[in-house]
Design a protein around this ligand. Structure first.
Ligand code: BDP
Length: 700
């Protein structure tokens, strides 16, 4: 039994709620801390039904002392109590929830569960092969109830599609979060291990509720001292707190640690003393944290040390660490590598370095590959490594925090972007989702100390979506948006409709006003906030937006076909054939793969220039439409969050225009073309756009 067989019942649930919900008054002011686990009181018929049942978790004796089951039971009680709300008005029928958590009938996949009507009695049987499955099943049941489902007819069977469903935190020990837009780090290293912030428990609950089972607690640009014993004590405290929630802790390791903190003269992975050092280090970790997940490593990338410093390969480096952890854990080795001395297209480098190593990695090594060949852009084609290493476990790395999509203030729901990649046919052994199924998915977290965790209410949806898609990549964005909106904001069906539409349109709007038609990496230097397509003179060529857009008087776009960098040749023939011809390529990848004349005719009959300007304008209208739609929801959403979202949308409206105008001003300085008919010229000069500076932009 692979993949979830959850049936989409949201439609029915909505239908049952119509009527009652329409009259519902908005909830009192809320600050977003409860995420999608608000369990807002039901109303109408759904409430009557739930209130009429007296639910009893029925836990067999041998599971009573199981900490994970205790968490599940506590959550069930909390959730149901909150969903019913104040007073019970209806006479109650006893309704058992029978915990059967050592049952292989559901299939042996850890975390799987089945919820079905109890045979021969009033109640539900929650069946799972392990306690984790019972915990995930509990959260699934609560989700169904939150959506208004009648508990008596809940009937679900589900299993995670992949074993590792992770968050990667880019949190530094001093509390700063690299590319973080939600305040400071949630990890209080300073006070650990003595003090454990209650937030660490709420964080674990939120993760468990969406199936996340692994957390890398520190930045991939790692500090070696985070491997020292005093940190191991801190990890132990966290790991002990998270274990009942099914979460294993992982740590980013700096490859040069043997020298940095170990007093060795080298970190050469083939040096016996280095190998012994890592082995002893791993043993130290496992003594404190027996289920320690393993190490995540960024090596020979953006100045980080790695095996190539000693003329060794990525496989030499990864395998040395894999041997140190042995069958106790996993080494996750990142494929995000590129070098300033490599003259070829940056988009080709990871494939060139890793694909020849296929088959050379130890069994407990996973190569973590970003969704696209560049770097978390609003849109990229899928990474050509997916499918190209059949003898190596690959996992997908995504970025939940929106470094290149407007930070926390722009609304961009990322499920459609991730599904686009997961569903992409690699042409070599299935879709990306199928390629990564034996390993997993990681998302670079967007959490921070902000009360609402994610820097904006809508960014919580991206955390939620990452977990849901890692559990089941076949879930539609629409379904994820709807279930999130109901749990997070309101059950008012029209409001849910509006919110889901805003979410589903949002990412494409960002693509249109920032990087339309396959453009990429036009963001300002360093912080990546706002447009700066004019930057051409940074030391490293591939740090310049000019390197990516290649615009001049005649045209724009990066020729990655055979007449250019031929990055296209890294894809399977069937895929390359689709993208090789500028006439037939999917329009959204046009300028990613082709350099096109400004005056070239597009299918629309317009020139490229006209179509580009039209895309910018469309992006702006879409943001305006989102803002307007949200204004109409003032009665359906609590005032505090309504205002917070409205303020963000106003920022987004302004910044979408900034992106459009600054970009157009720059393109016109190159092509000298008049504005297409009906399109307004940028209100400021190019010099004025260039002069804007934001040294205080967060996240750097
Ligand atoms: C880039 C970020 C940088 C990260 C790097 C990475 O700008 O902060 O360190 O990716 O993934 O997107 O290693």
């Amino acid at each position: 039994m692979r993949g979830s067989k959850l049936v989409n019942r949201i439609g029915n649930a909505f239908a049952a709620l119509v009527g009652a919900a329409l009259l519902a008054a908005p909830a009192a002011a809320e600050d977003g801390y409860d995420l999608w686990l608000r369990y807002a009181p039901l109303e109408g018929e759904a409430r009557e039904i739930l209130a009429g049942l007296s639910l009893h978790p029925d836990v067999p004796d041998e599971l009573v002392s199981d900490p994970t089951i205790a968490v599940a039971v506590a959550e069930l009680e909390r959730g149901i109590g909150s969903l019913i709300g104040e007073s019970r008005t209806t006479p109650q029928t006893r309704f058992d929830i029978d915990f059967d958590c050592r049952n292989e009938d559901v299939g042996g996949i850890p975390g799987a569960y089945r919820i079905a009507r109890l045979s021969g009695g009033d109640g539900l049987a929650l069946t799972a092969p392990d306690s984790g499955g019972c915990l995930y099943g509990t959260f699934a049941l609560l989700r169904e109830l939150s959506l208004g489902q009648d508990p008596r007819v809940v009937d679900l069977v589900s299993a995670p599609a992949m074993p590792l469903r992770m968050l990667n935190h880019w949190d530094n020990p001093d509390g700063h979060v690299e590319r973080g837009y939600a305040g400071r780090s949630i990890f209080d290293w300073w006070h650990l291990p003595e003090r454990l912030d209650e937030r660490m428990i709420d964080y674990a609950r939120a993760n468990a509720s969406i199936g996340i089972n692994g957390v890398v607690v520190n930045n991939v640009n790692a500090r070696a001292f985070m491997l020292e014993p005093r940190y191991i004590a801190k990890y132990k405290r966290l790991a002990d707190a998270w274990r009942p929630f099914g979460i294993r802790l992982y740590v980013s390791a700096r490859f040069s640690a043997p020298q940095d903190i170990g007093g060795l003269e080298t970190s050469d992975p083939l040096d016996p003393a280095v190998r012994a050092w890592w082995k002893a280090k791993a043993d130290e970790f496992y003594r404190a944290v027996p289920d320690f997940g393993g190490f995540l490593v960024k090596a020979n990338s953006e100045g980080q040390p790695g095996p190539q410093d000693y003329d060794r390969t990525h496989a030499d480096g990864a395998n040395m660490l894999a041997e140190a952890v042995g069958n106790r854990g996993t080494i996750i080795w990142r494929a995000f590598v590129y070098s300033e001395t490599d003259e070829t297209d940056r988009a080709k480098q990871a494939y060139a370095e890793f694909v020849p190593l296929d088959g050379q990695f130890a069994d407990n090594v996973i190569i973590q590959v970003k969704n696209g060949p560049l770097d978390f852009q609003p849109r990229e084609p899928f990474h050509p490594m997916f499918g190209a290493m059949p003898n190596t476990k690959l996992m997908l790395e995504t970025q939940i925090t929106k470094e290149y999509l407007g930070f926390a203030s722009h609304l961009a729901f990322l499920a459609p972007m991730w599904s686009e990649v997961l569903e992409a046919e690699t042409g070599r052994g299935g879709t990306v989702a199928e390629v990564v199924a034996p390993a997993g998915i990681a998302g670079v977290a967007n959490t921070g100390s902000d009360r609402n965790w994610s820097g904006s209410d809508f960014d919580q949806a991206n955390w939620y979506a990452l977990g849901r898609l890692a559990w089941d990549p076949s879930l539609s964005s629409e379904r994820i948006a709807r279930e999130w909106a109901v749990q997070t904001f309101t059950r008012n069906p029209q409001a849910v409709e509006t919110i889901a539409k805003m979410m589903l349109d949002s990412r494409e709007a960002v693509v249109r006003y920032m990087t339309p038609l396959g453009l990429a990496h036009l963001m300002a230097t360093g912080h990546h906030y706002g447009p700066a397509p004019w930057v051409c003179d940074l030391d490293r060529p591939e740090w310049n937006p000019c390197y990516y857009h290649r615009a001049d008087a005649d045209g724009i776009g990066f020729d990655r076909t055979a007449s250019g960098s031929n990055a296209l040749s890294q894809y399977a023939d069937s895929v390359a054939a689709r993208w090789a011809d500028p006439q037939t390529i999917d329009r959204e990848y046009l300028l990613w793969f082709h350099h096109v004349d400004w005056n070239a005719r597009m299918h629309s009959g317009q020139t490229l220039w006209e179509e580009l300007v039209r895309e910018y304008d469309r992006g702006i209208s879409e943001v305006d439409a989102m803002a307007e739609a949200w204004n109409g929801l003032a009665a359906a959403v609590d005032p505090q969050r309504h205002r917070a979202v409205a303020e963000n949308l106003a920022i987004q409206q302004g910044e979408a225009r900034w992106w459009r105008n600054a970009s157009i001003a720059y393109w016109r300085s190159l092509n000298g073309l008049p504005m297409p008919e009906g399109a307004a010229p940028p209100p400021e000069t190019l010099e004025e756009y260039k002069a804007r500076s934001f040294p205080e932009a967060p996240g750097q």
